[in-house]
Design a protein around this ligand. Structure first.
Ligand code: G16
Ligand code: MG
Length: 220
């Protein structure tokens, strides 16, 4: 049996990617930069500042901005995002996740969160899930974001368990790299095209079944 399950937040527990997109779009519009949902795919699992850099890179007239101005832009986006987060509730938990969390807890296995979001705790509170997690690692606690393994290893270190006894669940290619880099068993949610490097993969969260994951983990 594994000793810990460590979950990514956006795209696994809930789909905040659309809200991130709306908040970035509002900021980008104000800078006369055009972004669409396809472009937003590139921002999944990537930190706030890195996302801003990718957006600014689209505009030749927005190069060489001062760090102060970039910070102000990132704060503005976050204000839009936090406004949108006020609307989410328990109904926004992705299918199958609640049942999976309950089963893991029933088995006495640690449950951790490894998110690139500085709003991770707030999101979990809004979803009514904060009590389901034994430990939460968010972007504020790590020096190197995904694809560096640190976000995941932090949770395992807190639990005091070996990395090869942990299962990391992710939806982003950079997140799967982080789990694999930690020496953990990676479970991915999403397309084979993007997530072929995961040890085990499903298309949707509703297909995340505890027994099937344990079986895949055991044969690896
Ligand atoms: C999430 C999202 C990213 C977002 C990042 C930072 O990561 O996938 O798109 O840029 O958090 O979020 P914030 O601006 O709230 O700090 P994850 O790791 O939960 O998928
Ligand atoms: Mg994610």
């Amino acid at each position: 049996m594994p000793q810990a399950f460590i979950f990514d937040l956006d795209g696994v527990i809930t789909d905040t990617a659309e809200l991130h997109y709306q908040a970035w779009k509002r900021l980008a519009d104000s800078l006369e930069i055009t972004i669409d949902r396809d472009f937003n795919e590139k921002l999944k699992g990537i930190g706030r500042m890195e996302s801003l850099e990718k957006i600014l890179a689209l505009a030749p007239d927005q190069q060489n901005l001062s760090q102060e101005l970039k910070d102000a832009l990132a704060t503005k986006k976050n204000d839009h995002y936090v406004d949108l987060l006020k609307m989410i509730n328990e109904e926004d938990i992705l299918p199958g996740i609640k049942a999976l969390l309950m089963r893991i807890r029933k088995e006495g296995i640690h449950v951790g969160l490894a998110s690139a979001s500085k709003n991770a705790k707030y999101v979990l509170s809004e979803l009514g899930l904060i009590d389901q997690f034994d430990y939460i690692v968010d972007a504020a606690q790590v020096s190197k974001g995904k694809p560096d393994p640190e976000t995941f290893t932090r949770a395992a270190d807190y639990f005091g368990v070996d990395y090869n006894q942990c299962i990391g669940i992710e939806d982003a290619p950079s997140g799967v790299l982080a789990v694999n880099g930690a020496g953990m068993f990676s479970v991915a949610v999403g397309s084979a095209e993007a997530l072929g490097h995961a040890h085990y993969r499903v298309d949707q969260t509703s297909q995340l079944d505890f027994d099937t994951i344990i079986e895949a983990y055991s044969v690896e």
